[in-house]
Design a protein around this ligand. Sequence first.
Ligand code: FES
Length: 157
Amino acid sequence: MLELEKNNLTREIEEFAGNYNNNRTALMPLLEYIQGKYHHIPDFAQQEVARVLDIHPVEVYGVVSFYSFLNEKPKGRNIVRLCKSVICDMGGRCAIAKAIEREIGVKFGETSPDLKVTLEFTNCLGMCDQGPAMIVNDRVYTKLDPETACAIVREIK
Ligand code: FES
């Protein structure tokens, strides 16, 4: 991260936290803001959030690493999350995953080099009666097979 970018990020964090009187209740909204704008929360930002809110950096890291929608490293602009839990697994998750990997050109757990797409497995999405299921960004898709899954991800690649 360049020095200018760091300075801008520091200013943004200070302004955002100022709206909460630098209270620790700003932690989640602030992390969501950084994630939304920068698509990840780099180490530097975590340190600055801790400094501005006067909390330990480990606490910030703990929150970032706990929530799957907060990322330490840059992810794709589109995130495909395919359910890996037992019902979807038995419904053909592996074949769907392989088809998506072929379509996008990266493996699950990876991000495409152009940062367009990240593929991830996720735990149960609560759609077990309609599995196999996946979420693409905020939209849920159910009753997938390899062909329908490929048609869906083709739209975002
Ligand atoms: S097991 Fe896949 S949605 Fe529940």
